[in-house]
Design a protein around this ligand. Structure first.
Ligand SMILES: Cc1ncc(COP(=O)(O)O)c(C=O)c1O
Length: 350
């Protein structure tokens, strides 16, 4: 009886097979510079670990606000954007008012909704993994109050049609634009819309640009909206080491990270071109730090790559993702090893 609501749920699983080359979690493959790491070590020494962290993350928020060209009052910080997704699922509307999101997308929208027992309206993307107006209208007819759009989308890599996202918000649905991968995209973001809207917010994360380990997610919203959501945030969710590291990296490390992002984008475009030369492989367009491919036998290629010491994410088990693998962009030398391996495997054995 205690666990009735969650008994049928499965814990969220990631690829954890140990491999020499890890191209499975859409992380930034580059480490911080030694200079920055030394500065972090020095600052961490000063952190009074016996004390609770600043519950408002005041200084860190000022830095992030400056980074995004907004005010600190426009921000809610989370222990990763996963926590912010969960927070939104718990605070927006009532649980019998559904949450809508397209399929396939980032699984945490579904996981969080299931944990609290919230109604879901899942609707399919079209052949090209783009939003489809007809499917959106069908979803809207079920009266959802909350919508999630990851744009660029994970695991497909493409960005969604802006007008269709706005269309959903204009229908009065509280619309979350999850921009976890926006740093790798040249498309326009939704920050301006978020600042002037009562029902559209943006999610960002530091996980994809080099700080997955410190768990730092950001919600950008109109002041009033941010204030309401912040009431439900656990007060000490951003630890003092996270605040200290965030403050250093997001000031002194900004240029370093910008260069890493540029390299990842170039490597992604190179990787896409190389993959397209391999027969029997379909390469989906990507605005993110990963590329989705479709191959003749996804399970086999996934296993064969592990034997070569390369871990990618197998998406084959998800609806509309048969034989699809998601490859995170690694360091240039890792990408080279991966490309050699996949060329050999697909050329010789499939
Ligand atoms: C679309 C999307 N949103 C959110 C997240 C979660 O990020 P975080 O590490 O900030 O919890 C991910 C992580 O893969 C993601 O792909």
């Amino acid at each position: 009886m205690y666990f009735d609501r969650i008994k049928h749920l499965k814990a969220y699983k990631t690829e954890t097979t140990p491999c020499k080359i890890k191209l499975s979690s859409n992380e930034n493959p580059f480490d911080l510079s030694e200079k920055l790491k030394e500065k972090i070590a020095k600052e961490i020494k000063k952190v009074p670990l016996q004390r609770y962290p600043d519950p408002t993350s005041k200084e860190l928020k000022e830095i992030i606000a400056d980074m995004y060209g907004v005010k600190p009052e426009n921000l809610v910080l989370g222990n990763g954007s996963d926590e912010l997704i969960h927070l939104l699922i718990t605070v927006i509307g009532d649980y019998d008012q559904p949450v809508m999101y397209p399929i396939p997308t980032f699984p945490m929208y579904q996981v969080s909704a299931d944990i609290v027992g919230r109604k879901k309206v899942e609707f399919p993307l079209d052949q090209n993994f783009q939003l489809d107006k007809e499917e959106i209208d069908k979803a809207l007819s079920q009266k959802p109050i909350l919508a999630f759009f990851a744009s660029p989308n994970n695991p497909t890599g493409n960005s969604f049609d802006r007008d269709l996202i706005k269309y959903v918000a204009e229908k009065g649905v509280f619309t979350v634009v999850d921009e976890a991968y926006i740093d790798f995209s040249d498309k326009e973001d939704f920050v301006n819309e978020a600042l002037y809207s009562k029902n559209l917010v943006v999610l960002r994360t530091m996980s994809k640009i080099g700080l997955a380990g410190i768990r730092l997610g950001v919600l950008i919203a109109n002041e009033e909206v941010a204030g309401e959501i912040d009431k439900a945030r656990p007060p000490f969710n951003i630890t003092s080491p996270t605040q200290a590291i965030g403050k250093i990296v997001l000031t002194e490390g900004r240029e370093e990270i910008r260069k890493q992002i540029e390299t990842i984008k170039k490597e992604r475009d190179k990787m896409a071109e190389e993959l397209k030369k391999i027969p029997n492989i379909y390469v989906y367009p990507s605005d993110a730090n990963f590329i989705l491919i479709k191959v003749p036998d996804g399970d086999k290629l996934h296993k064969d790559l592990i034997k070569e010491g390369i871990l990618v994410r197998n998406m084959s088990h998800l609806p509309k993702m048969e034989n699809c693998l998601r490859i995170s962009i690694g360091k240039p030398e890792e990408n080279k090893v991966f490309l050699e391996a996949i060329k050999n495997l697909l050329g010789n054995r499939q």
